[in-house]
Design a protein around this ligand. Structure first.
Ligand code: MG
Length: 406
């Protein structure tokens, strides 16, 4: 079976103003998806997503790269040879030109996932079965996320998530310590001791502040402390992981096994968070989870984009033994609910592991036509701070006091 063509589907769904959410990653303006569809000469096609849940990037770049760089490499090649094609793209384009992090690896991720979708459809098996699964019939899922708000609002949102079938919730922190811990206390009080709570700082704390917050988290029995500090600081993560009882997690902004490797081997994280649609595909997410398992660490995938991203990560989860919980977007996101025919919803805290061939999703092509990407940004540019430079969301007020803000 030969690859006969590649298509891109670029999708843009503006978020109504009253439903926009703000975290350390910025203010979300739209939900966006960049899907790559691979067609074969036998009529079977597969779809893979690049993870740009909302991005401060021009998604037309994805289409241009597919048409001018990737398509000429893949046309006429065997769709079954995923590993070889992965290496050809990675060493041919990504490492030489596009760089080890960012859009090139995300694009490689989409290609890899689309090829696994095809392989599953050809075999008549769900992707997890081709990877050695299933390891589970149902996957525990958490509601993502409770965004920056007041303690009373945060507690009310947590209650809504539980009422909708979630058994665990995540809180966005990183705004300021008093508010962060106030919201956490209110949520724990609301949901009781048996519901898992995660917190996510989106890299917004300095190392000293993360340590202070981390010590406070211990009294609330938090499942993991996500992206406490900037992802380039491996040593800082190791110090946190050593100092805290609460598990330290990171990975949604790490790309490929080589990005994760020092975090895993130096025991700088307790929980890795690869996203199959960003880290290098289903192939790479499985390798990363397995690397973590070899060092007795857990995995909990990031999936905050679209239904294809969730499903790609769910197949990896269902083929590993150290993946503890699945992220499910509970903010305004038609890419979770209207982009595909199948519903991905929690019941009693779990989602069903898919049994249909391939990824098990059917793209709603009318939805795609009705929500074509128009060149607008999905997230306010500059929303993510570098410590010491962004007055808007930097949590460490002590550090902000002496910084130039004009
Ligand atoms: Mg996160």
């Amino acid at each position: 079976m030969r690859i006969s063509g590649l298509k891109t589907h670029l999708i843009h769904c503006p978020i109504p103003e009253e439903q926009r959410v703000r975290s350390g990653a910025g203010l979300k303006l739209a939900r966006q998806a960049a899907l790559v569809e691979i067609e074969t000469d036998e009529g079977i096609s597969g779809i893979g997503p690049c993870s740009f849940g909302s991005a401060s990037v021009d998604l037309f770049v994805v289409r241009s790269l597919v048409e001018h760089a990737i398509s000429p490499m893949l046309k006429g090649r065997s769709a079954a040879e995923i590993e070889t094609l992965w290496n050809d793209i990675y060493y041919g384009i990504v490492t030489r030109v596009l760089g080890h992090r960012g859009m090139g690896v995300a694009l490689l991720s989409a290609i890899d996932i689309a090829l696994w979708d095809i392989k599953g459809k050809v075999a008549g098996l769900p992707v997890h079965a081709l990877l050695g699964g299933p390891t589970m019939r149902r996957a525990p899922a958490y509601g993502s996320s409770i965004y920056w708000s007041t303690p009373a609002e945060a507690a009310a949102t947590a209650r809504e998530f539980l009422d909708e079938g979630f058994g665990a919730v995540k809180l966005k922190i990183g705004v300021d310590v008093g508010r962060d811990l106030g919201c956490l206390a209110a949520i724990r009080d609301e949901v009781g001791p048996d519901v898992d709570i995660m917190v996510d700082a989106n890299q917004n704390y300095s190392a000293a502040l993360a340590l202070r917050v981390g010590r406070e988290l211990e009294q609330y029995n938090v499942l993991f402390f996500e992206e406490p500090i900037p992802i380039d600081d491996v040593a800082g993560h190791r110090q946190l992981a050593e100092a805290l009882d609460t598990r330290v997690a990171t990975g949604e902004n790490l790309y490929t096994r080589w990005d994760f490797l020092p975090f895993i081997t130096e025991r700088a994280v307790d929980v890795v968070q690869p996203d199959a649609s960003r880290c290098g595909g289903i192939s790479e997410a499985k390798r990363i989870a397995d690397l973590a398992a070899a060092h007795h660490a857990y995995s909990a995938p990031h999936t905050f984009s679209d239904a294809f991203t969730v499903m790609a990560n769910l197949h990896v989860m269902a083929a590993t033994s150290n993946t503890i919980i699945l992220e499910l977007d509970r903010t305004y996101n038609p890419l979770m609910t209207e982009l595909v025919a199948e519903a991905i919803r929690p019941v009693d805290g779990f989602v069903e592991v898919p049994t249909a061939p391939g990824l098990g999703l059917t793209l709603d092509r009318e939805f795609v036509v009705a929500h074509r990407y128009n060149g607008e940004l999905g997230i306010s540019a500059g929303g993510r701070p570098a410590v010491g430079t962004a007055a808007e969301v930097l949590a460490d007020r002590a550090a902000r006091d002496f910084r130039l803000t004009s």
